[in-house]
Ligand binder design. Structure first.
Ligand code: ADP
Ligand code: MG
Length: 334
């Protein structure tokens, strides 16, 4: 790599901020940081699950974002993908482009990163460091028992559709940060101070790993909501060749969203993005098993709809009317 700045070498930077003693609860790592490759050892017969997500300044987070939160979020969005597959984390790598080697920034970033990594016994096993516009790219490695992956293509007609947690708060927080008039007018200029959980949902999403693992082998299809509930459920529908009815009155509504007009509220709930909740489907005869999975993983889960044979996504209103939903999520090239 290139030296970040004269006197601060890459190896020194890595050693001080990223190299840590072997994690006692991570038996899947035979060799971590420091060699040409890390060596991972999944349990015999298990499948390796791999996912990469990149966070780019100005695209996925605002310039000047708090580094502790960035450390958390960069890993959280990746762990969320393991959760959506039903996998257990083994470890992760971190490719980092930094405009400068800022010690305070790095220490805070590492703090947020490792707090979440430790909570899930998911050690940092390697990476790459270079100078460049701020860019955080993490690859997570996980394992799954054979045949237990929660694939997007596995939804079946008459499956129930479930959502963990609730959607919409991250989108509203972003709108308030950007001072979008519809949000500020409805919620007031102090909304972020009055409802701290709004911004927490944007900055520090909770990857639903325990729920995902409890659902492996039980649920059919699953996906994590990064681009909006409608868009991500739409991916399941497309991959599975099915449609869905969403019961709008079953969608949990955060207190922070209540001042919004009905139309904006619905937009946050369905097309918000950055929620990192799980949407999954399961056969109706597994309702009790799903409830147990929610309970053992201490994760709120709501039944929000039903998979249909006929294609398309329909929203059912409390008054019995329905309308067709465009799955317009966030598209980076749209
Ligand atoms: P190489 O020349 O083989 O690419 P590097 O000099 O880039 O090796 O990295 C040396 C060691 O430090 C490797 O084990 C690599 O995985 C690790 N490493 C580099 N950057 C990071 C980082 N940002 N986080 C964690 N480990 C890193
Ligand atoms: Mg390298």
């Amino acid at each position: 790599m290139n030296m970040p700045r004269p006197g601060v070498g890459e190896f020194d930077l890595i050693r001080r901020h990223f190299q840590r003693p072997a994690h006692p609860q991570a038996p899947g790592v035979a060799l971590g940081i420091g060699d040409d490759c890390a060596l991972l050892v999944p349990e015999p017969g298990h499948t390796l699950a791999v996912s990469t997500d990149m966070l780019v300044e100005g695209r996925h987070f605002l310039a000047g974002a708090e580094p502790t939160h960035l450390g958390h979020k960069a890993l959280a969005v990746n762990l969320s993908d393991l959760a959506a597959m039903g996998a257990r984390p083994l470890g992760f790598t971190l490719a980092l482009a930094l405009p400068e080697a800022n010690e305070h920034w790095l220490a805070a970033f590492a703090q947020g990163l490792f707090a979440l990594a430790d909570a899930h016994a998911c050690p940092l096993v390697g990476g790459d460091t270079t100078r460049g516009p701020l860019n955080l790219c993490i690859t997570v490695f996980g394992q799954l028992a054979p045949g237990q992956a929660l694939r997007r293509s596995a939804a079946r007609p008459d499956d129930d559709i479930y959502l963990s947690g609730r959607t919409g708060e991250a989108r509203l927080a972003l709108a308030l940060l950007l001072q979008e008039p519809w949000a500020v007018q409805a919620c007031g200029a102090q909304a972020l101070e009055q409802h701290p959980q709004l911004q927490q949902r944007l900055d520090q999403p909770t990857p639903r790993l325990a729920l995902g693992r409890a659902l492996a082998g039980v649920a059919h299809a699953a996906i994590d909501v990064s681009d909006g509930l409608a868009a991500d459920l739409g991916h399941i529908l497309a991959a599975s060749g099915v449609g869905a009815e969403l019961d709008l009155s079953a969608l949990p509504l955060a207190e922070g969203l209540q001042p919004l007009t009905a139309a904006r509220r619905l937009q946050c709930l369905l097309n918000g993005g950055d929620d990192y909740e799980l949407v999954f489907t399961a056969a109706p005869q597994h309702r009790a098993t799903v409830a147990t999975a929610a309970q053992t993983s201490a994760t709120p889960v709501s039944r929000i709809g039903r998979i249909t044979q006929s294609p398309g996504l329909r929203a059912l209103h409390p008054d019995g009317s329905s309308h067709s939903i465009e799955a317009q999520g966030f598209d980076h090239f749209g």
